[in-house]
Structures are given as C-alpha cells and as structure tokens.
Design a protein around this ligand. Structure first.
Ligand SMILES: Cc1cc2nc3c(=O)[nH]c(=O)nc-3n(C[C@H](O)[C@H](O)[C@H](O)COP(=O)(O)OP(=O)(O)OC[C@H]3O[C@@H](n4cnc5c(N)ncnc54)[C@H](O)[C@@H]3O)c2cc1C
Ligand code: FES
Length: 273
C-alpha cells in the first residue's frame, strides 16, 4: 500500500534571495529526482521536508503550466524554514503533495481579477497571477495591489517590474522612504485609494491575518459581495492529509477542504483561524 507520508526527493535547481535581514525570504526552484508527472492547481500547497529537521507546508508559487520546475518562496520563521534557508543549489529536499483545494479558477473565467497581497502573502497568489497573465484571453482585467513593510520586504521585485506592462500593479510600503514614489500606508488603505470596481470581479486576498481582515472590510465598502471575495487560511499543519486534526476549523480540515475559502463561507465558520 502507498504510504502518503513518504516524500519524494527533489533537487534544488536554484535559490534566489528575495528579502534579506530579519524577515528573510528565499525562492527555491526544485525538480524531482525521478519525474512523476506531479500536477497541481493554483493555490495548492506541498509539504517540504529538510531531512533530519522536519516538514513545513508551503504554497506552490509556480504556475501549473510550468512543467520543468516547482517553485516555493519561504519566509524564515523557525526550525524547518531556517534549515531550508541554509540549503543551496543541488541540495535535495523531500516534497509530498499537492494538498488543498486550490482556487476555483474555472469559475472565474471571463471575470476581472483583483489580487490583494501583503508580504510573503504574494507567494500563494503568484501561481494564479501568472496563470491569468498566460491565459489573458480567458480573463478580464487583472489588477494587483501589493504591499510590504518596506521596499526591502517586497518579493519578486524583478518580475513585478516586467509584469507592469501586462497588468495593473499598485505597490505600497508602510512608511515613507526617500526614493519611494508609490503609495505609503497599509494595504487596505491602498485598496480604498485605488478603488477596484466590484463589477464582474473577484478579489483574492492573502497576507497577514490583520491585513486580510481590513482588506475584506475595504472590499465590502467598495461594493464587493462576500461571495466575490476569496482568501487563504494558514492554520498550523502537521499531516496535510486530513488525519491528525491539527489544522481544524470546527469540523473542517483546512489542509483538505481549504486553504482557499470564499469569505461568504469562511465568515460562517468558527473563528479558529
Ligand atoms: C496552507 C499553508 C500555506 C503556507 N504557505 C507558505 C509559503 O508559501 N511561504 C512561507 O514562507 N510560509 C508558508 N506557510 C507557513 C509555514 O508553513 C510556516 O511558517 C512554517 O511551517 C514554520 O515552520 P518552522 O519549523 O520554520 O517554524 P516553527 O519552528 O514551527 O515555528 C516558528 C514560529 O512560526 C509560527 N508558525 C509555525 N507555523 C505557522 C503557521 N502555519 N502560521 C503562522 N505561524 C506559524 C510558530 O508558532 C512559531 O512562532 C504556509 C502555511 C500553510 C498552513
Ligand atoms: S494537518 Fe492534519 S488534519 Fe490537517
């Protein structure tokens, strides 16, 4: 019988330092040692293991149409993520998954997409941002409102510059900086400033819980209904496959039924996230 807990070995083919300092973020591209047709949906995650250290659930930040690598962006927070940050190109990690429900991208075809992200919260959105750009004919306008504490904390900087030609991007930092020409303030304030239209639109928000809370308020104020707003829940996880009960919200296993929820659904669930 197949043991679902056994990870598949994958080689790190590149490591990119996105953010340095205390809240360091690195982006890892990986390839399985034995190609096995691993396929996934936008918004799904995988359990990454550093052998001898442990496992962490991380969003897959590459888009499903990219088949030659799997990408993960990792904020250094504790034991496993620090061990991941210590790894280099050609080191081998374990990957099991994909896990979770992912974004209902098929239902969103023909709609305008408004992405609202904060900090490392851009990572789970990145796969669908790229999918929407790649399949531009299938979606309406694509807008990204993204903020970080400071310009140093912005992820995917080079790619964001390139994508400005293909979609509307509004950036922000929390406090004034000498060379910063875009919005200064918190992400939900930038949402109110840029006023994305709720007309035929879906808003997808991901970031720190406090940002998500106030972003949803801003979106509601602008006229977005609860069923037009989607977010992701990052409860702590252990098994990732709906067996251990670590990630529960009431009877819901976030690892299995989530991590993506419409706000219409999430607001009816116990506030255990
Ligand atoms: C569905 C999902 C998707 C995720 N996607 C990403 C991603 O793309 N990139 C990324 O960097 N991180 C992501 N995370 C968070 C990541 O799993 C944790 O930061 C990581 O497991 C911490 O492990 P650690 O051993 O380094 O830290 P630990 O030593 O276990 O903990 C260090 C600190 O982080 C806190 N912590 C641990 N897990 C979580 C969590 N899930 N949420 C909030 N605080 C936590 C602990 O309470 C402790 O304060 C995701 C989590 C989930 C559930
Ligand atoms: S992480 Fe074990 S049930 Fe979800």
């Amino acid at each position: 019988m197949k043991n679902e807990y056994i990870p598949k070995p994958a080689r790190i083919i590149s490591v990119k330092e996105e953010v340095d300092g205390q809240r360091a973020i690195k982006t890892f591209r990986t390839q399985f040692l034995e190609p096995d047709g691993f396929s996934y949906r936008c918004g799904q995650c995988a359990m990454l293991s550093v052998f001898g250290k442990g496992e962490s659930m991380i969003s897959i930040s590459s888009a499903p149409h990219i088949t030659d690598y799997l990408q993960f962006s990792v904020l250094k927070t504790g034991r496993v993520t620090t061990a991941l940050h210590d790894l280099e190109k050609d080191d081998v990690i374990g990957i099991r998954g994909p896990y979770g429900n992912g974004f209902p991208v098929e239902d969103w075809k023909g709609k305008n997409l408004v992405f609202v992200g904060g900090g490392i919260g851009l990572a789970p959105l990145w796969s669908i941002v790229h999918t929407a750009i790649e399949n531009k004919d299938e979606y309406g306008d694509v807008m990204l409102i993204y903020g970080a504490r400071s310009s140093n904390d912005i992820v995917y900087k080079d790619e964001l510059d390139g994508l400005k030609k293909k979609m509307t991007i509004h950036l922000s930092v929390d406090n004034e900086e000498p060379d910063w020409k875009e919005f200064v303030g918190f992400v939900p304030q930038n949402v109110m400033d840029k006023k994305p239209s709720p007309e035929n639109a879906i808003a997808i928000t991901c970031g720190p819980p406090v940002m998500i809370k106030f972003t949803i308020q801003s979106l509601n104020e602008l006229g977005f209904n609860d069923d037009q707003i989607y977010t992701t829940v990052e409860n702590k996880m252990k098994c990732g496959i709906g067996k251990c009960g670590r990630c529960n919200i009431g009877e819901h296993y976030v690892c299995k039924h989530g991590p993506v929820y419409s706000w219409e659904k999430l607001k009816t669930m116990p506030q255990e996230y």
